[in-house]
Design a protein around this ligand. Sequence first.
Ligand code: NAD
Ligand code: WQD
Length: 337
Amino acid sequence: MAILVTGGAGYIGSHTVLILLKYGIEVVILDNLCNASHKIINRLEKITNKKLIFIENNIVNRICLKNLFKKYDISTVMHFAALKSINDSLHQPLLYYSNNVTGTIILLEEMLSANIRNFIFSSSATVYGIDSPIPYCETNSIGHTTNPYSTSKLMIEFIIRDFVKVNPSFKAVALRYFNPVGAHESGELGENSTGVPNNLLPYIAQVALGRLKKLNIFGNNYNTPDGTAQRDYLHVIDLAEGHLNVLNHLPKIKGYKVYNFGSGKIFSVLEVIKIFEKISGKKILFEYKPRREGDLPSFWADTSLAKNELGWQAKRDIYTMIRDMWNWYIKNPNGLN
Ligand code: NAD
Ligand code: WQD
């Protein structure tokens, strides 16, 4: 039996593949490399000393999926494959809906025809939208998303929920990730962001490498202790390990379940900058700019459900996250491109 990891050459997918292989779980990776490099497969083989089964293709390719499900004994699909840039989605909504939503529908249809009935989906804390009570709890209502990317995740959660209702032997888990950062301690894997990063930590790293002049801090008049926005950061290895907890818990799951994957701890932009400067010894120049459209002042996860039901909680602290992230960038200043 093997796990199909769609998007397994990506940032979170590759770290999860590493953890699965470490625990002796067979993996098949499907990734079209639209936001990843084939080199990550070589890195994974180097770290694990194993030959990986990697199929370079698109999740919308039904023939590919049918052949893959025929050839490999897949028990579960971990579905990481998606386009994930909020900013890009605002300019290319149809691309995001076709890639993320249509792609997932096709995947589910082909899983059903192949009688593969375990599905673990990478959702996002952004499905809680702009007016959900904080800390975000899985029982909060979801919606009022602010961009096509987050709406694609919201739509997929509804699709999975409705699909499982009429296929009671199907098990599905949606994991709402908060803000994953960091990298494997080897520095062999990491976030391979191309172009100017949207996210805070990769942007800070580019400033530290001298690639970008300064960081624009979007808003310093939020109702937070230092006026800058706060986020719930979690180490990507904690996140990857959490997928093992879900796998082990699958036999007890009935139907469709949702879990927050966050640390429950928040740090502001200024706090992150200070910690980064301490760890890296680099000075990060910054300038305050107006708030970024769609940004919230502060949100974090209620982590109790994942802790009580999955026995999972984030363990690594913000210093470890930033130290491992910076180690990746020092070793791979140009990413893997
Ligand atoms: P990533 O871009 O590094 O990984 C996604 C991978 O999927 C890439 O390797 C890409 O090449 C592949 N892919 C995309 N569309 C595909 C398609 N149609 N067919 C085959 N492969 C395809 O992103 P990530 O940060 O690793 O995110 C993984 C998942 O987690 C995504 O679903 C994302 O929406 C979700 N997520 C990410 C974050 C975050 O901040 N990184 C937060 C919440 C949720
Ligand atoms: C964090 C904080 C910014 C960049 C992320 C992903 C999004 C989604 C959810 C997938 C915010 C501030 C940032 C910069 C800044 N992932 N910031 N200057 O916004 O919480 O969303 O998680 O579901 O794709 O982006 O994370 O890293 O973009 O921003 O001041 O150049 O840093 O305003 O307060 P965010 P982020």
